[in-house]
Design a protein around this ligand. Structure first.
Ligand code: SF4
Ligand code: SF4
Length: 73
């Protein structure tokens, strides 16, 4: 499966978390969008699909995303 995420539409994935929590395969992850520095809290989290080959195409993520930021083909 090909999973695309519009990162502009999903600007605060850790505030939403719907796809992170509801994907039955737990395929989504986040990483800090700005360079990490020791002692400075990470921020600007970005969401991505870690294991797209494991996607079953159930489309739960697409239907739950309030920003319509995810497409699965
Ligand atoms: S389509 Fe289903 S299995 Fe695939 S990423 Fe979305 S929720 Fe997860
Ligand atoms: S459900 Fe949509 S808005 Fe929420 S974290 Fe996932 S991609 Fe972002």
């Amino acid at each position: 499966m090909k999973i695309k995420i519009d990162k502009q539409a999903c600007s605060k994935p850790l505030d939403c978390r719907l796809c992170l929590d509801r994907c039955p395969e737990k395929l989504f992850g986040t990483y800090p969008g700005r360079l990490r520095e020791r002692g400075v809290a990470a921020g600007d989290w970005v969401i991505f699909a870690m294991f797209p080959s494991q996607c079953t195409g159930c489309l739960e993520c697409v239907s739950f995303c309030p920003q319509k930021a995810i497409s699965v083909t």
